[in-house]
Design a protein around this ligand. Structure first.
Ligand SMILES: *Cc1c(COP(=O)(O)O)cnc(C)c1O
Length: 414
């Protein structure tokens, strides 16, 4: 292990494995495929079970050296105190919600969230957790929804598909005031463009499938503790996990109850792919954000386009906030046409964007929102979320910007 100088974001990521002590001089963390971890002395095995061993693995459902190396990398990226990797972003979210909330608790969430997350809110409600969704672009709406039994506030940094940006700072101040756990889904911004710890988030969730993995070839998710939340005051920590430094209680409970018991474990092979993808996070975010902004600007001036949703367009309702908090605007944009009837034909006329769901691939992906990802939600939910029947969502990839612009030019002319 060589001495680690003070370094910036990408330098840290590309050297993290080596500095973490990779074996036999390997500069990538090895892919550990072993399910079982054995010890020469039974006392060492006992120490792992009883949590007194400094590091130790016993059964891979609870993690491997490969997933631990990825967790350490994500913790560094988010500037947190610890992370847990999961098999998908949804596994991470469910582990977090279902282990930290109990029947009778109240959750306040942004109404602009990922569709499957919204679906989980329904499951939570069935299990007796009260859920109120509000327009979180104003902290006042969040504040008005808070009740004596409110435990958690949940938002997404840049909402999919409408790109709404919540009052990240105002909600952070409110949560700090009231001792509420503030959870931010940072999937679309990624820790390169924005760190939720800077606005007081207690936990950060990232779908590693998207920005961090970045190549559309591996699923994963993570929960990161920023170290800012006072777990000693959180009533839902089980007796068994009220041990040691309270700073670790929350993550310990999510790891035991959420990862070990629920079993949404990230495979070591996927952890490796995601860790390699993460090395180019900054480069990819700069490139796709620049292309997305150019495309958003071009679409906005096109006579056939009714509306473009992109946080770094001055016409965006939260433009000033996005400028203040985000290094760039990310790869997500959506738009609506003046003639809703042209929504599907336009998708078909485009030659480069691939008609597929999914986000943050190296390739640009396009999807008509109401017909697909928000079809099951129904017209009421869509109207409440401001999703028009002709809304088209784009996840901008790494193609050369001029090629994408030329393709949109020919498709909109047709
Ligand atoms: C994709 C996504 C998720 C879920 O992540 P998976 O890895 O697909 O399970 C959660 N939140 C947001 C904002 C997402 O875009």
């Amino acid at each position: 292990m060589s001495t680690k100088p003070a370094v910036d974001f990408t330098t840290q990521i590309v050297h993290a494995d080596r500095w973490g002590g990779a074996e036999k001089g390997a500069i990538h963390q090895a892919i550990h495929s072993s399910v079982q971890y054995g010890y020469d002395q039974v006392e060492d095995l006992i120490a792992v079970f009883q949590g007194t061993a400094k590091v130790g693995y016993n059964y891979a459902r609870q993690g491997t050296p490969t997933t631990a190396a990825l967790e350490a990398k994500i913790t560094q990226m988010e500037g947190g105190t610890g992370s847990i990797a999961f098999s998908t972003g949804m596994a991470a979210l469910c582990a977090m919600f279902f282990t930290l909330l109990k029947a009778g608790d109240h959750l306040v969430a942004s109404k602009f969230v990922f569709g499957n997350t919204n679906s989980v809110f329904g499951t939570l409600a069935d299990l007796g957790v009260q859920v109120t969704t509000v327009d979180a672009t104003g902290a006042a709406q969040v504040q008005a929804a808070v009740r004596p039994n409110t435990r958690m506030v949940f938002v997404e940094t840049i909402a999919n598909p409408g790109t709404q940006v919540p009052d990240l700072e105002g909600i952070g101040a409110l949560c700090r005031d009231k001792g509420l756990l503030y959870v931010v889904d940072n999937t679309v911004a990624s820790p390169y463009l924005f760190r939720p710890a800077t606005v007081g988030a207690g936990l950060v969730m990232n779908s590693l499938t998207k920005s961090i993995g970045g190549h559309g070839d591996a699923l994963g998710g993570a929960i990161t503790d920023t170290g800012l939340f006072d777990w000693a005051g959180y009533p839902n920590i089980f007796e068994a996990y009220r041990k040691g430094d309270p700073k670790g209680w929350g993550l310990q409970q999510v790891r035991k109850k959420g990862l070990r018991d629920m079993g949404g474990t990230l495979a070591s092979h996927s952890a490796h792919q995601i860790a390699v993808g993460a090395e180019t996070l900054a480069l990819r975010m700069e490139r796709s954000s620049a292309t997305a902004l150019a495309l958003a600007q071009w679409l906005e001036q096109h006579p056939a386009v009714a509306k473009v949703h992109y946080p770094l367009l001055p016409s965006h309702p939260q433009y000033a906030r996005a400028r203040k908090h985000f290094k760039a605007g990310s790869w997500l944009l959506s738009f609506e046409l003046k003639d809703p009837g042209d929504c599907l034909p336009l998708c078909n006329r485009l030659r480069l964007p691939i008609k597929a769901t999914g986000l943050a691939d190296t390739r640009t992906l396009i999807i008509p929102v109401a017909h697909t990802i928000f079809w099951e939600a129904g017209p009421e939910v869509r109207a409440n979320m401001g999703i028009g029947d002709s809304m088209i969502r784009l996840s901008v990839g790494l193609e050369d910007a001029q090629d994408l612009l030329a393709d949109f030019e020919q498709a909109l002319a047709g």
